[in-house]
Design a protein around this ligand. Sequence first.
Ligand SMILES: Cc1ncc(COP(=O)(O)O)c(C=O)c1O
Length: 458
Amino acid sequence: MATLPLRLDRSDPAPLPAQLAAQVRALVVAGTLTRGDRLPSSRALAADLGVSRAVTEQGYEQLLAEGWLETRRGDGTYVASGGLATGPAPAAVRPAARRPLVSLDTGTPWIDPRQTAGWRRAWREVSAATPPRGYDDPRGLRELREALADRLGRTRGVTVDPEEIVVTAGTGDALRQLLRVVPPGPIGIEDPGYRSAVMTAHDAGREVVDLPAARPITSLAGLAAAYVTPAHQHPLGRVMPAAERLELLAAARAADAVVIEDDYDSEFRYDVAPVPALASLDRERVAYVGTAAKTVAPALRLGWMVVPPALLGPLTERRTVTHDGASWPAQRALLTLLRDGWVDKVVRAARRTYAERAPRVAAALSPYAELAGPLAGMYSTWLMPQERAVAARDAALAAGFRLNLLSTYSRSSGLTGLVVGFGGVTDEELDRALTAVTRALAGDAPAPRDPARPAPRA
Ligand SMILES: Cc1ncc(COP(=O)(O)O)c(C=O)c1O
């Protein structure tokens, strides 16, 4: 029986049965479904898609009436083997009706849909405000830097003067700007690690040296800087223990290297309070990098950095000349979102959502793979052999979901597994993706024993 890579979208103005019919038509036109293929029963498909049976029945009825499908008495629904009875010719079906894949990535956050009023208010304020006449301060809007300094003190334990904060267009931008003023030399990056950081370092003409992501970093000899994610190692999820933090800072002092701390999703701890930032231990050595991508929206393209005193002067001087800076309307909107408590509210709601979803992912995957770090943030990483991870990734793809392999983040470490994001999906999408993944894993692994059932007799 064909499994159908369908995705129904409740926010789409087209009714759900019409969406279903359009997507099945497109599958037939594309040749994914061919004559004589048997379709799932309307009941099974409804359960799979998380919709009522009336939706799948109406969709099927429409396709039966158009001649795309046929029923065989007592034997289910098939792609029609004869010519089309009625309805549009295949050429009239737009392939665009096929839905894009749903991404279970590490980067898309869950934003509380009930907070749209505050979001709109912020942008109305932007439209009423007057932009600065010239290029303004290269570090960014003064009031925003004050609000960020306040938040960094409250949530990350970093005491900072707004004068030392530079507003950026996100983490990549921060890293690019820092690498322009960090002395020449190779950059150490965790392995496995953030691919964007590796690319940015290469683009800056820097040699990249692999640093262990799951073990203490004891030496930075010969390196100009080390890029690390101590609060939630990307992508293993590990929290750098206190003793390792001290060891890393000692290694940085010994090598006279800068530590670049990417603090991308540290606020999303749901078991304990977030671990204070590394920068709270040493402001001279550590360049702290934060982002609005997880707490507001990746599309805002805003972030901030707290620059070590020795680098701040050269960095701002360059920005004065190059006019590199963050867009004023976006900064102005973020200021209102912070001042109104919108960001705090959205973070609290997202934390609650992740706290519910992370154990669901763990319950589904723990019979088949080993969790790489504590449950935190908006994704979890599962260690397993590459063939099994690939099989699970492919099964998810066939069901309409994109998942990342751990191997895409690994360099010399060679670690393999599956990285499962759960921020950018609905609960129902997450359940469907997990069903596809666990079915694939169960296919070549001993099925997890159901404790409610007696063990089979030998
Ligand atoms: C490790 C890490 N750092 C930072 C970011 C955010 O990057 P940006 O601020 O450029 O959107 C992400 C997004 O997925 C990430 O995974």
